[in-house]
Structures are given as C-alpha cells and as structure tokens.
Design a protein around this ligand. Structure first.
Ligand SMILES: [Zn+2]
Length: 250
C-alpha cells in the first residue's frame, strides 16, 4: 500500500462527494450538513484507512448516518463490517444483494477460480498484497438491511441506487452529486491490480458471477446523464459515460 488519494467534487447542493482511491480498492464519502454517507469500505485491514479518510475530509465515524454497499465482496464490505461494529451505523444494500451481504450465500471468486490466472506474475503479486489486506475473510454483515425506500435515499448526499446486476446478483451503482456522478462499483472499473490495462474496462471474467448480465447492465448505464464515474477500482473517469461504456465493452 502506498496510501490513498482523495478527489473531492461539489455535489451541486452545498455538499461534497469525496472519492477515496487506494492501490487496491476505492470507497466514497458523501458529506453534507446532515452528516456523512459511506459507500463501500475497503478490505478488512483497511478499516483504519477508512477512518483516516473521514478525518481527512473533516468528518468522523460518528457522522455516518448510514453506509451503502455496491456489492458484498470482501474488498467492499470488509472494512465496513468492522467500522459498523465499532460505531453502530446502519448498512443498506440492494434488496437482492442484502442476502449476500449477510452471507446467506457467497458469490465471490475463490482460490480455485483464480488458479488459472495465478501463473501471471502480476496476479501472483496482487494475491500476495490483498492477502495482507484480508482477502480470505468470509465474514458478512449480519444486520445489513435493504434500502429503506425506493428512489432517492434519505441519507446525506441523497444517493439514488441504480441496479446493475451481473458482477454479483444484486450489485448496485449509485447516482450522487446531483445525478451527474455515478459510483459504479465493480460493474465498470478503470484499473485493477491483476492487469496492466488502464481506462474504462470490465473486470476479468473470473471475478464476475454472471458476465453476460454484467455486460447488459453496463450497456444500460450508457443512457444515464453522467459525466463522472467513480469506480470500485482505478482512478475516476471524467467524460461522457457512453464513451466509457463503449470502451469497456469493446
Ligand atoms: Zn472489488
């Protein structure tokens, strides 16, 4: 880990969207006068980095009114689980994904899925690094809840879920920042430790529960009026989402 960088955007209504980008995974902090919404929360061993990122934007875990999950993979809910145990805020997910978050089932690539890739030096190094971050932790968040309402959520930053299944069955993206910014989770990313490719892309097929469904969901995102994408992995993308989708699906 070489640490993290934070990119801050105005949300168009007096608040801010903070994109926390680390070497292996990202999370997002929505901040307004009513407090903070956290979207995803890194690997289990990144919980202190999540807390540090909140302090860096002038907030604290006590300001979290609720957390959202794009999907229930360990690199997105691991740190969040520990943080929620420490500070007792509610964790919400898509009504399908909430069962995955609770670990009623698991749709995540395991060692057997990744074995065919592990001969690649880049993948082997990635496995070593994410092992240190707790990639093998299978814990869920037992008291995760489905979204309390349809449409815009009554949380700081007013995020609006956009279902985007495929990477996992209940994967969700979120429109934030007045609807022009999309938190895309792992449906559409811009870089990953297992590949040298940079720019909009979909993860290697070994990481998707349902590759074809993910492609169809990503295609549908192209119709959104979005010009900033904050992915689960890799730097932010600034430009028309239709361009990012075309590149990722090419
Ligand atoms: Zn991920």
């Amino acid at each position: 880990m070489t640490g993290s960088t934070i990119e801050t955007l105005d949300d168009g209504r007096g608040g801010h969207v903070h994109f926390v980008h680390t070497d292996h995974v990202n999370w997002v902090v929505l901040q307004d006068h009513s407090g903070v919404t956290l979207i995803d929360g890194g690997y289990p061993k990144q919980v202190d980095a999540v807390e540090a990122s909140l302090r860096e934007v002038g907030a604290s875990p006590a300001d979290i009114r609720g957390a959202l999950v794009t999907h229930a993979h360990v690199d997105h809910i691991g740190g969040l689980r520990v943080l929620a145990e420490r500070h007792g805020f509610p964790v919400y997910a898509d009504p399908v994904e909430v069962h995955h978050v609770r670990r009623e089932y698991l749709e995540q690539a395991g060692p057997a899925d990744l074995a065919p890739l592990a001969w690649r030096p880049r993948v082997a190094l990635w496995l070593l690094e994410v092992s240190r971050l707790g990639v093998l932790d299978r814990s869920g968040i037992d008291d995760a809840q489905a979204f309390p309402t349809a449409g815009e959520l009554p949380l700081p930053g007013r995020p609006r879920p956009v279902a985007c299944p495929g990477h996992t069955s209940g994967h969700s993206t979120y429109l934030v920042g007045d609807g022009h910014v999309l938190v895309s989770g792992d449906a559409l990313i811009t870089a990953h430790g297992t590949t040298a490719l940079h720019g909009p892309q979909c993860l290697h097929k070994a990481f998707h529960h349902d590759l074809a469904t993910n492609r169809a969901s990503v295609q549908a995102l192209a119709a959104l009026d979005v010009d900033v994408i904050l992915p689960g992995h890799g730097p932010a993308f600034h430009g028309p989402i239709a361009d990012a989708v075309a590149t990722a699906l090419a």
